[in-house]
Design a protein around this ligand. Sequence first.
Ligand code: KIV
Length: 271
Amino acid sequence: MSAETEYKKVTTNTLQKMKAAGEKISMITAYDYSFAKLFDAAGIDVILVGDSASNVMAGHATTLPITLDQMIYHAQSVVRARERCLVVVDLPFGSYQSNSDIALASAIRIMKESGAHTVKLEGGEEIIDSVKKIVSAGIPVMGHLGLTPQSINKFGSYVVRATEDTEAEKLKKDALILQEAGCFGIVLEKIPAILAKEVSESLHIPTIGIGAGGDCDGQVLVMHDMLGINTEFKPRFLRRYLNLDEQITGAIKQYVSDIKTKDFPNENEQY
Ligand code: KIV
């Protein structure tokens, strides 16, 4: 039986059961009510209100500028649409790195003001005190390792991470530390598939991959990339399910033309 029929509402416990049963977890980003409603009704297990909103919604080059208030606004819109899926919200850059009290205060704001179910933080050992503090306040935390876009200025590029032994060893250790600290799952972004497999097999909590191969316990994609709204981003890991860029451009061109030629509105489209 698939999760869609078996689980009425997806919780963090559902995800643990899915991993144990070998059922893959589906996750996608969303930032607004209308798309979240479509994704939830289509049976997605998890919606991530990602700080990728900074790129795809606001047009920034990185995820760094988005604020906690802006993340809460996006999360509120998504939560209003939710019937079944689990909603995970990114803690934005600057809202948790300085100390664990600030991290907890940020997580509490997201939970209280948006009604979301969980938060996600980027990093391993460096942020473990914050993870523990948030978890001990009763807020489920998802980790995020590998390519962590909030650290782009440290990395210098968006290339595949943990290809060298030292970084791979640190990632494996970080994954175990995050699990021990109480994380209910971990996103693994843009790392070798063989490493993601090893990490996934070493954990009892699920891993959700993006550019991390098919052996993760689930997969996540950014909605604008997989729907073909954003066509400039073409990494190898991306599967495009629609070409909305072409379809929307075509529709708008037709609309403009119909107005200019006085074809729209016609007699049946007026009162
Ligand atoms: O912000 C985001 O969309 C993410 C995904 C890429 C996992 O963190």
